[in-house]
Design a protein around this ligand. Structure first.
Ligand code: GTP
Ligand code: ZN
Length: 365
């Protein structure tokens, strides 16, 4: 079997960085120190070169991950090995390595790349989730995460068939929660919007789908793939394996062009290192904050606070300000937890503060 790599997203730009005597391949799956890759001459199971192993031992971010383009070299003993990970255009990085992650080499606060070279991030949120409507706060988080990865978010309000009246109002609310992001209603059940989603992938773009369990991600991937490539909850319930059992860790080429990455890691992705993403999601509040009288306004009652003025006049929904504060706190907390440099700075700051305290204590009359 041979593959046209341009359909898998291979570009001229990437070709420029290919080391001598290697050929390109895209990682479709990783598995403890080895990767499944797709090269022009077929699929291969490849181990990592000593250089790749050394680099990843020093920094897990250097490990090949699904979506990566790698240079593979044919060895005299008759097999390929991964010679180098080519520069990534985007990356989903998880700070720290979770207990149950497969192939995590490091346990302490260093980043792990979950997926690379992802152009589009579909944020799937069901229009109705058991008895609740779409969760705007969750959309905000996942959109922030998407921006942070370098990919372009697109919000999909799934299961739109569950919502007869008021869908347009819901979409308006979602658009307000994700300024500058395309928002579409999708029903995999009726086929509404599925084609449109497929068009985003046009040609050879790569996407991931984020969203809560039960959002209909697998069902949508199946609809796009025109067959059952992912187990859906129903299938899994029938064989008694329960819900959170997606074991696929794959790059799925779609018949209409484009690829979807669906891995357990991406499915479980939370809130990590997303300070910049938060700024983009809350561009409306960030713009207001620029108009505050004081540059360091905390928006908690300072005179001339444009944020609170907008809140009072009703232009800024209170829910939005509450989400913003919450996400900022969480993003700061995650950053301080995962970013060793920041941690060190904070330790130094506390050292200085403690020293000051001791000194002022000594100098007290
Ligand atoms: N009414 C309706 N139900 C849907 C639609 N899409 C999916 N479902 C149902 O929603 C349930 C969950 O769908 P899945 O595709 O397994 O959801 P998921 O997001 O992949 O869930 P996890 O694998 O747990 O992350 C299944 O019972 C689907 O049949 C839709 O467009 N409309
Ligand atoms: Zn203010």
């Amino acid at each position: 079997m041979s593959y046209d790599l341009s359909l898998l997203g291979w570009t001229e730009l990437l070709a420029g960085g290919l080391p001598a005597d290697t050929v390109p391949a895209r990682v479709s799956r990783v598995d403890r120190g080895a990767a499944e890759v797709i090269a022009a001459d077929g699929q291969h199971h490849v181990k990592y070169s000593a250089r790749v192993r050394r680099a990843s031992a020093a920094d897990p971010v250097a490990l090949p991950c699904v979506g990566d383009w790698v240079a593979i070299r044919w060895l005299p003993e008759g097999r390929y090995e991964v010679d180098e990970v080519l520069p990534r255009s985007t990356a989903f990085v998880r700070g720290g390595v979770s207990r149950d992650s497969v192939g995590g080499l490091s346990g302490d606060g260093q980043g792990q790349v979950l997926a690379a070279n992802v152009d589009l991030v579909f944020v799937a949120e069901p229009s109705m989730h058991s008895t609740d409507f779409a969760d705007l706060g969750r959309i905000e988080r996942l959109v922030a995460l998407a921006w942070e990865s370098g990919g372009t978010p697109v919000v999909l309000i799934t299961k739109s068939d569950l919502f007869e009246k008021g869908l347009d109002d819901l979409l308006d609310d979602v658009r307000a929660a994700a300024p500058g992001v395309a928002v579409h209603a999708v029903s995999s059940l009726h086929g509404d919007g599925v084609e449109l989603v497929g068009e985003y992938l046009g040609g050879s773009r790569t996407a991931v789908i984020l969203g809560p369990s039960g959002a209909g991600k697998s069902t949508l991937v199946n609809a796009l793939a025109g067959g059952t490539v992912m187990d859906t909850q129903q299938v899994r319930a029938a064989d008694g394996r329960g819900r959170h059992t997606t074991v696929h860790r794959e790059l799925i080429p779609l018949p209409g062009g484009g690829l979807i990455i669906d891995t357990p890691g991406i499915r479980r992705i939370g809130l990590y290192d997303m300070a910049e993403g938060v700024e983009l999601v809350f561009s409306d509040i960030e713009a207001l904050a620029e108009l505050c009288r004081f540059g360091d306004c905390g928006h908690t009652g300072e005179p001339g606070c444009a944020v609170l003025e907008a809140l009072e006049s009703g232009r800024l929904p209170e829910r939005r300000l509450v989400s913003w504060r919450k996400l900022q706190r969480e993003a700061q907390w995650m950053a301080s937890r995962t970013d060793a440099r920041l941690r060190k700075e904070q330790q130094n700051k506390w050292k200085i503060i403690h020293k000051e305290m001791r000194r002022s204590g000594r100098n007290r009359p």
